[in-house]
Design a protein around this ligand. Structure first.
Ligand SMILES: *Cc1c(COP(=O)(O)O)cnc(C)c1O
Length: 409
């Protein structure tokens, strides 16, 4: 069949699908050569009917598993009622979500957006305006401190404080107002804070950097320092939050509460993009009508799904499974005897396996695992990340471990 006929009849091969993307889409990604046609739980199936275990979970956006029946049911029901009003009018899902999500996070109010990057942008605008309104920072002088090797998204402002050359090269001029310090270093933070510092934006575990876990008392000391110096602690839990590390939020491990919490990814149940910043009424009082927003932000379809996500989280089923299966997986990984691996690190069901440079790049291991029926993603050349949906069972971990052991040794 010619490719054109195949497109029209919906009978394309995986190879033909990939060719279409190659020819007709910008090359801003380098995906593994698999074309997914359907999925359920931790499993995906390609257009030719071959099954794979999904060990990436869309960068933690499908924490509750592909096509979670309760989430799909809520989405279908909401699709038949109303999907979009814009914030020009109220809708009957937004108010309940605001209350339920804020209370669940132990905070007071939220500002909903769509993508993670938009929520990070929202946090930046909030912190700046808070600095001018409540801290007396001179207009245009607000400073936000960020960390080396951070990942907070892809907008022009956010790549302005990235230290990854690939993210930045060719995209300047960049937004001023950011200072970059070493991650995990409390003295660096203390030295960087000055009178104009309005916020410290940080990931509790650096995901894209390769699942980098900071020293044990880091977050607690960051919290103390930010409170003492009147600097907003802005935690980006877009990837670390909502069950991934074995607790609802990664900062729960340290008993730390941020001033601004940034959520995204799993908040939309892998169905709709929805993100939010969660904070206090006072901090969010900096916004007045017209100063910020998004056409799709707070739409009833995404809100209905996010409300169900909060309900599901309240059972603690996924957090507990992430903790238990995470411990089980780490225990097994520690038994692997290989000279290829430099370090295995992480928390809950979030694992970074860093290879020695001499052992080759992580992408080659991901390709070999794909041939074994398991999908993972490399990050920063030498590290492979494992982040399966949090519904994964012990048998499925055993299945994954067999393949990992084979490829790693
Ligand atoms: C994915 C991610 C973002 C960006 O979210 P998008 O929805 O891709 O814009 C921001 N911060 C962290 C920590 C992330 O993992």
């Amino acid at each position: 069949m010619t490719p054109q006929t195949a497109v029209e009849t919906g009978t394309m091969t995986g190879k033909q699908h990939i060719e279409l993307v190659e020819h007709n889409a910008a090359h801003n990604y380098h995906p593994l050569p698999i074309v997914v046609a359907k999925a359920e739980g931790v499993w995906v199936e390609d257009v030719e009917g071959k099954r794979y275990m999904d060990m990436l979970a869309a960068y933690s956006a499908v924490n509750f598993g592909h096509c979670h029946p309760e989430l799909i049911a809520v989405a279908k029901e909401q699709l038949d009622r109303v999907t979009l009003t814009s914030r020009a009018f109220h809708n009957d899902q937004l108010g309940p979500l605001c209350k339920e999500l804020a209370e669940y996070c132990g905070m007071e109010a939220i500002l909903p957006m769509n993508t993670g990057a938009e929520a990070v942008e929202t946090a930046i605008k909030t912190a700046r305006k808070w600095g001018y309104t409540f801290k007396g920072v001179p207009d245009g002088k607000a400073k936000i401190i960020c960390c080396e090797d951070n990942f907070h998204g892809r907008t022009t402002t956010i790549v302005s404080f990235s230290t990854d050359p690939t993210c930045r090269a060719g995209f300047g001029p960049f937004t001023p107002g950011f200072e970059i310090i070493k991650y995990g270093d409390i003295d660096a933070l203390e030295n960087a804070i000055d009178d104009n510092t309005v916020g410290f934006l940080v990931e509790p575990i650096q995901g894209e950097a390769g699942i980098l876990v900071p020293p044990p008392d880091y977050l607690r000391r960051v919290r103390e320092l930010c409170s003492k110096k009147k600097v907003l602690l802005i935690l980006d839990e877009i990837q670390s939050g909502l069950g991934r590390t074995g607790r609802t939020l990664c900062c729960d491990h340290d008993g730390v509460k941020p001033d601004i919490l940034i959520l995204g990814k799993a908040l939309g149940g892998g169905i709709m993009p929805i993100s939010a910043i969660v904070s206090s009424r006072e901090i969010l009082s900096v916004f007045h009508p017209g100063e910020h927003g998004s056409t799709f932000g707070g739409n009833p379809l995404a809100c209905a799904i996010a409300r169900k996500v909060v309900q599901i989280l309240k059972t603690n089923k996924y957090q507990d499974n992430a903790r238990d299966m995470g411990e089980y997986l780490f225990g097994k990984l520690r038994t692997i005897r290989t000279d290829k691996v430099k370090e295995i690190r992480g928390r809950g069901l979030w694992v970074g396996i860093e290879f020695h440079p001499a052992a080759g790049v992580a992408r080659d291991y991901c390709k070999r695992l794909m041939n074994e029926g398991m999908l993972c993603k490399d990050t920063h050349e030498q590290t492979m990340r494992l982040a399966p949906p949090l519904c994964i069972t012990k048998d499925e971990i055993d299945w994954a471990f067999e393949r990992l052991e084979k490829v790693l040794t």
